[in-house]
Structure formats: structure tokens, C-alpha cells
Write a protein that binds this ligand. Structure first.
Ligand SMILES: Nc1ncnc2c1ncn2[C@@H]1O[C@H](COP(=O)(O)OP(=O)(O)OP(=O)(O)O)[C@@H](O)[C@H]1O
Length: 371
């Protein structure tokens, strides 16, 4: 089937599924009677039931089976915590503005849409150009602000709704700001991740664990990100439930006693080198990936394996599940190595779980702030 027809069929199928889910109240655009707010959704009765089943299984698979220490921390977080963690200065996406209307777009999304559209819908695209667009898609997350701006200019990309020219890309902080208390002098943010609640409690949790490493702490709760232009339905929203684990390990010894339990698993992996070279994801044995240094250490490998088991038990097709290593620039400000579990759906490969070796970044950051 030609690519344009395939893209059209995918769109029609997705529309049908979306309509059914909305009609049956799996989810509803929030504040719909007031015309809604982009990126905010309510779950109706069946949606609540699915969500609560998934979270119950998550708690069983990770927290209970691994004896993790569960915590439950506030969503409103004082600025000092998120300043120390780096989120105030670095939790940004690159944004471009329609120069006439001021409408904002995520710069990387516009470039991605442009390249995908050319590849899918232009039957006369020369092979050389097709290879170039494929390369841009492969390294998209690695592009700097200047490189993104240059590509947008080179390809003549304009605002999707008006075709007006776009500004140069600039960073936009994704956190919702607020103030704590009536005086307005105590700034705070709605947490963009639940992990910081675990890090600031590290000392007490370590004590609770008998002053012994390794141990893991877990938290399920709401996270808030003021996404620039949310789309893709429930996949990219401004408030969502995160289930996070922080596993604390001796930085000099990242072996994991239960690694042999997962070492024989084999699944699709997409290491950094393969992405840059334009190769496809391939089946790799996780034991070998760790032995060859493709995955940095046993602890990271163990959790990649456990996430694979979690997702496939939930019913995710193993042929549509891959673990993709972050490119060098793509990694969040805190990560030393990072692998995303991505699931292929009608929007393409979508990140569903991030598994990062955050090294000592967070504990150091809070320690430095307090000394
Ligand atoms: N706006 C969002 N809406 C829904 N889920 C999200 C959103 N942002 C992140 N997630 C999910 O939370 C997980 C952990 O977030 P993480 O900080 O790793 O995302 P991220 O790498 O910042 O996302 P991206 O780079 O795509 O913006 C992701 O794997 C993703 O599944």
C-alpha cells in the first residue's frame, strides 16, 4: 500500500477508536461544557477502572515484589527544592512562535511533522532527500536550539495553522508556577515529577532501611507539565499520573543480586550507535547487552528487564515494544544513561517509560544546596 494511503487509514482508524472511547466515557475532555482546556482530561467510570487496575498491578509487580519503600508527597513544591534539582533552570522545551498571531509550537514537533509528512506523502521525493529526512528524524532529539532553528529555516517551515513565519526557537520552562501561602513571597511549583519527593526524604528512608544500600523507594501521584502544544490525546497532557521508582545503589558497585532472573530475556533494543547510523532496532539479550557495555550496568539492565515483563504482562505486543537509548544531547539534565520503553502505535513509536541512571546528581544537588 502506498504510504499516503497507509497514513490516511491510520488516521481514520484512530479517529474511530477515539470517538468510541469518548462516547463510552473512558475519558472526557475536562471542563468540556466550557469548551475544555487543551491537555486536560477526566476519566469516566471505565477509564477509572482501567487506571486503578494498572496501578494495582504496578504496585504488585514493583513495590511489593521488590520490597520497595512507598511514599506519598505533596504536589505543591517549594521553589528551593526545584531550584536545587535543576528544574527551575533546565526543565525546558524549545518553542517557536507564529510571528503574527503569537501562537506557540514545539520546535522539534514541527520539524518532525515536516519530515514525516514528506516521507509519507511525497511519492516523487528523491532518494537522497528521503535519506536526509530520515537522518533528521533519527537525530531530532539531539539537535541544539541553533540547529533546530537552522533546519526550520532551511526547509521553509511555517506556522501550521496560518502559514505565517516563525520566530527562532527559545526555551520555555514547563513547570506551573504558584505561590505558597497568602503573602505571595514564597514561590512554588506544581511538581513536574514525583521523584524529588523521594530524594528529599533520602536520609530518613536510608535510616528506615537500617542504613543499608541498595534500596528502592516508589511513589504514585500527579505530575504537572505545562506542555507547549499538547496533542496526541492522552499521550501528552498537562496533568497526569506518574508511577516512579528511585533505586539507590552504591555508585562503585552497580551490580544487582537479581540480575540473573532477567539476564536471559531477549527483546528489541535500539542503542544510540544504531540510531545515528540509520540502522533499525534489533533483538538483543539483556544479559549480553550489559556484558558488552551497551547498557551501562546490571542495575539499569535489571530494571529494563522488569519493565519489559511489566509491559508484556499488561498485554503490550512484544513486537511493538522496544527500548531506545537516549542520544547524548537528548538526555535530561540529570541522567548519565537513559533508555525509554517505546510502544509503536498509530502515532509512531511513543515513549511510555523512562529508565535513567541519574547517577548521584539529585542527592548531590540537594546536599550542595543544604551545606
Ligand atoms: N505531558 C505528558 N503527558 C503524559 N505523559 C507524559 C508527559 N510527559 C512525560 N510523560 C510520561 O512520563 C514518563 C516520564 O517522564 P520523562 O521525564 O522521562 O519524560 P520526558 O523524557 O521529559 O518526555 P519528553 O522528552 O517526551 O517530553 C515518560 O516516559 C512519559 O511516558
Amino acid at each position: 500500500m502506498d504510504p499516503a494511503q497507509e497514513a490516511q487509514n491510520r488516521e481514520t482508524f484512530r479517529q474511530a477508536v477515539t470517538n468510541t472511547l469518548e462516547r463510552r466515557l473512558f475519558y472526557i475532555p475536562s471542563f468540556k461544557i466550557y469548551r475544555g482546556v487543551a491537555g486536560l482530561y477526566d476519566y469516566g467510570p471505565p477509564g477509572c477502572a482501567v487506571k486503578s487496575n494498572v496501578l494495582a498491578f504496578w504496585r504488585q509487580h514493583f513495590v511489593l515484589e521488590e520490597n520497595m519503600l512507598e511514599v506519598d508527597c505533596p504536589c505543591v513544591t517549594p521553589e528551593v527544592v526545584l531550584k536545587a534539582s535543576g528544574h527551575v533552570d533546565k526543565f525546558t522545551d524549545l518553542m517557536v512562535k507564529d510571528e503574527k498571531t503569537g501562537t506557540c509550537y514545539r520546535a522539534d514537533h514541527l520539524l518532525k511533522d515536516f519530515c514525516k509528512d514528506k516521507l509519507e506523502r511525497d511519492p516523487n521525493l528523491p532518494a537522497e532527500k528521503a535519506a536526509e529526512f530520515r537522518h533528521v528524524l533519527a537525530v531530532l532529539d539531539d539537535l541544539s536550539s541553533e540547529e533546530l532553528g537552522a533546519k526550520i529555516k532551511e526547509y521553509g517551515i511555517t506556522a501550521p495553522d496560518t502559514k505565517n513565519p516563525l520566530s527562532a526557537p527559545y526555551p520555555f520552562n514547563l513547570m506551573f508556577q504558584t505561590s505558597i501561602g497568602p503573602s505571595g513571597v514564597s514561590p512554588g511549583y506544581m511538581r513536574p515529577e514525583t521523584a524529588q519527593g523521594i530524594f528529599v526524604n533520602f536520609k530518613d528512608l536510608y535510616y528506615y532501611n537500617g542504613n543499608k544500600l541498595p534500596f528502592a523507594a516508589a511513589q504514585i501521584g500527579q505530575a504537572f507539565r505545562n506542555e507547549i502544544s499538547p496533542r496526541q490525546g492522552l499521550l501528552r497532557v498537562r496533568e497526569f499520573t506518574l508511577a516512579e521508582i528511585e533505586h539507590f545503589v552504591d555508585p562503585e558497585d552497580k551490580s544487582h543480586p537479581k540480575f540473573p532472573d532477567v539476564a536471559n530475556l531477549e527483546f528489541l533494543m535500539f542503542p544510540r550507535e544504531d540510531q545515528v547510523a540509520g540502522r533499525s532496532a534489533r533483538r538483543i539479550n539483556i544479559g549480553e547487552a550489559v556484558a558488552q557495555g551497551v547498557v551501562n550496568n546490571e542495575t539499569l539492565g535489571y530494571f529494563i528487564g522488569r519493565v519489559y515483563l511489566f509491559l508484556t504482562h499488561l498485554g503490550i505486543d512484544k513486537d511493538r515494544l522496544r527500548f531506545r537509548q537516549h542520544l547524548a544531547n537528548e538526555m535530561a539534565h540529570y541522567a548519565a544513561d537513559c533508555w525509554d520503553a517505546e510502544i509503536e502505535c498509530s502515532y509512531g513509536w511513543i515513549e511510555c517509560v523512562g529508565i535513567a541512571d541519574r547517577s548521584t546528581y539529585d542527592l548531590r544537588a540537594h546536599t550542595v544546596r543544604l551545606t
